[in-house]
Structure formats: C-alpha cells, structure tokens
Design a protein around this ligand. Structure first.
Ligand SMILES: NC(=O)C1=CN([C@@H]2O[C@H](COP(=O)(O)OP(=O)(O)OC[C@H]3O[C@@H](n4cnc5c(N)ncnc54)[C@H](O)[C@@H]3O)[C@@H](O)[C@H]2O)C=CC1
Ligand SMILES: O=C(O)C(=O)[C@H](O)COP(=O)(O)O
Length: 377
C-alpha cells in the first residue's frame, strides 16, 4: 500500500486517486508533518520544503508534488540530492490568473477613467500564465508587449521585447517565477534602477511577492512616477507590508489563481504525476459541469464595475483582507492563510452564464469568455 499525505485544502484529491492508495491529510498551519511512513507528500505553496523544514530524509518518501504552478517554496536541488522526485502543476491556474488580470484592468480603467485600449501592457514572463493573459487581453483589444528573454533563449521561434521596450509600456503585469539566481533572476526585478526616469500608469503583481521591490514602487508612487499598483502576492507572505496595502488600488490575498477549475486541475495534474511515478493506473473520472447561471430576469447593474463585482469575487476578497490588516501581525498571517484556504471558490468565466442584456449594456463582457443564459440567446 502506498501512503500519501496531502494538504487538507487540496480540492477533490480523493476523486483522482485509485483505491489502492492510502490517503491521510495534514493541516498546513502546523508546518511540515511527520513523514515517517509517507511515500508521497502533496503540498500547496504554504508548505516550505527545504533542508531546514525537512532536515532528516524520511525513509520511504520518494515523491513530493505541489498543487501550484510556482515552486519557490520548494528547494528542488535538495529534493534531487535526497533522491526524491518532484512535480508541480504547471498551467493549472493560468486561465484563472488571466481572468483576474483582465477584471483588474477593467475596474481600474472605469474607476480611474483611463482608456486601456490606448495603452500598452507589458507582460513579464510569457509561460503558461503570461500566454493566457496575452490571449485574453488581446481579445479585449488591449495591446500587449511580451517580455521573456529566457524563453527567447530556449525557443528559436519566440521573440521577446527588449528591456527598453518593456520599460516604455504604460502598464506592467508580472507573470514570472520568483528566482534569486541564474542568468535572469527575478527577485526585485522592478526596483529603483528600473523605475528611475520611467513613468508607469499601473503595475500589477500576481506572480510572487519579491518580484517587485514594494518599497521602491511605493516611493515611485509618492513621486508620481507610478500611478497605481494592484497587488495579489506579497513579499514575506502570509505577512504583508501595510504601507504597500495602503497605497494599492486593489489588494487581494494571493487568489488570482483561485477558481474551481484551477483547483481541480491542480489536484489532478499533481496526482497524475504521482501515479506515473509509482507506475499506477489513473482511475477513470468524469467531472460534472456545474455552471453558475445569472438570473436573466434581473436587469443588469448600472456600471461595469458593479457587474464585475457580481462575476468575480476580488472585491469581496479585498474587503476581507482589509479586515485582516486591522488585526495584530501574529493573527494576520493565520487569517490570511485561512481566508485563502476557506473562502468559497469562484467559477471561471466559461462556466458562468450571463444574460444577453449584460452584453448589450457592456459589449466588452462578450469578449471575456462568458456563455449566454439559455433563454437569452
Ligand atoms: N497569484 C497566483 O495565484 C498565481 C501566481 N503564479 C506565479 O506565476 C508564475 C508563472 O507561472 P507560469 O506561467 O505557470 O510559469 P511558467 O514557468 O510556465 O512561465 C514563467 C515564464 O517566466 C519566464 N521568466 C523567467 N525569468 C524571467 C525574467 N527574468 N524575465 C522575464 N521572464 C522570465 C520564463 O522563461 C517562463 O517562460 C509562477 O511561478 C507563480 O509564481 C502562478 C499561478 C497563480
Ligand atoms: O499556482 C501558484 O503558483 C499559485 O500561486 C497558487 O495560487 C497557489 O495556491 P496555493 O497552493 O497556495 O493554494
């Protein structure tokens, strides 16, 4: 029997596992669990795996999987040295992040009276997430500039913008991993050296805290070199800098990649990799679609922001995060993680049916990927 220990907040995990697996769950709030009899450990980004958190190599452990795209919480070299196979869930939440970025931009443009169609948005990191962001924004007639020098080095057919071109964009949206070494480290990629003598209308960080130097960006805001910031991920998470939070246009608790579909993908991709590792068959599994239907008899709200409020919970997350910020710092971290783990997940846009009256009022909604309610087609 293979013993699997999984973060208790990984969704639907049992439905992807064959009966031959013995599954136990652990509470990620208590650090790395006891792994004495564990063959495979399934984690989320809140469990750090490295020599400090896992000093003794558990005898049976041969696989660690994370239900996330990002891997900066795992010392992959250490796992390799320990002979442990590691796998992430690349691409599981790329569409979810793209929807988050699109919704943020639409809010920002309506409330700050900015026309994003006349701006250029620099996308830093054009992997699974960045590619989906570019696709969705281009669908909204928003011009994007793709910046990914490491990808240009890896792929002959990929052209990256130059540093000068990306720094000339009106808006920057970050979608790189957090890295501290190698030829293209991203830690504090956006710092005073690159902000100096530049003007940005908006900066979005839905990649990882630490990719932007928050202090430098806040200073640039004070001097009007940066107009607004939207922050989903925080340096030192689950703690956050109150000064950054206070200056930001939108703040969310690291939920850009959270949707029902993304979390199902996360669990499935990770479990599939684990089953391949142990040479086990994947059980047959069918997912019941469960669309959300907006009542066609209710007339649409007056503003685009009000409609977006109904379709994406980022403002609800923001309100809850603002309440958490008021708590003392010890409570803040726990509440931040609890909010992320326990707040009900949203449906992605292709699983939400909206009435035609919504699109008649705000045609841009038609380009976000919603489907129409049956009786309004
Ligand atoms: N806020 C959230 O909920 C989520 C955040 N993320 C973050 O987004 C990151 C990207 O995710 P994926 O697209 O799935 O990863 P990916 O590995 O598919 O793509 C990352 C891309 O960034 C590029 N890159 C690396 N260093 C760079 C640099 N210095 N300058 C420009 N480009 C650089 C890589 O070449 C690669 O093409 C993750 O590592 C994670 O940290 C991902 C999903 C959800
Ligand atoms: O996939 C990633 O990378 C993310 O940032 C996810 O949103 C992480 O979600 P959790 O693993 O922290 O639930």
């Amino acid at each position: 029997m293979i013993n699997v220990l999984a973060d208790r907040y990984l969704r639907n995990i049992t439905s992807y596992l064959p009966d031959t697996i013995n599954l136990d769950c652990y509470d990620p709030g208590n650090g790395v669990p006891d792994l004495t009899d564990t063959d495979a450990l399934l984690i989320r980004t809140v469990t750090d795996i490295n020599k400090r958190t896992m000093p003794a190599i558990p005898k049976r452990l041969s696989f660690v999987g994370t239900g996330s795209a990002g891997i900066d919480h795992v010392d992959t070299d250490y796992l390799t040295q320990c002979g442990i196979t590691f796998s992430n869930s690349a691409g599981c939440n790329a569409r979810s992040v793209a929807e988050y970025v699109a919704v943020c931009l639409l809010y920002w443009s309506e409330q700050q009276e900015e026309n994003v169609e006349q701006m250029t948005i620099g996308i830093l990191g054009v992997g699974h997430v960045g590619t989906q962001v570019i696709k969705l924004l281009n669908n909204l007639n928003i011009t994007t500039v793709a910046y990914d020098p490491p990808r240009a080095e890896r792929e002959e057919n990929f052209d990256s913008a130059t540093l000068q071109q990306i720094l000339q964009c009106d808006i920057l949206s970050f979608h790189t991993p957090l890295t501290h070494s190698g030829e293209h480290p991203t830690y504090h990629w956006l710092a005073e050296d690159k902000l100096n003598n530049q003007q940005f209308s908006l900066i979005i960080n839905a990649a990882r805290g630490g990719v932007i130097d928050e202090q430098a960006v806040c200073n640039a805001m004070t001097e009007d070199r940066v107009g607004d910031i939207i922050i989903d991920v925080w340096e030192g998470e689950p703690q956050l800098q109150l000064s950054t939070a206070n200056q930001a246009f939108i703040i969310t608790p690291h939920i850009a990649g959270y949707s029902i579909q993304a979390k199902r993908n996360a669990s499935k991709f990770m479990v599939d990799a684990m089953l391949d590792h142990f040479d086990l068959e994947r059980p047959s599994h069918s997912e019941e679609p469960d669309p959300r239907i907006i009542d066609p008899d209710v007339s649409p709200p007056d503003s685009l922001s009000a409609i977006l409020d109904e379709l994406h919970p980022l403002k609800t997350y923001e309100k809850k995060l603002q309440q958490i910020i008021l708590q003392n710092s010890q409570k803040r971290g726990k509440l931040f993680n609890k909010l992320r783990a326990e707040f009900p997940l949203r449906q992605e846009f292709n699983q939400i049916q909206i009435p035609a009256s919504y699109i008649d009022k705000f045609p841009i909604l038609g380009k976000l990927g919603f489907s129409l309610t049956a009786d309004s087609k």
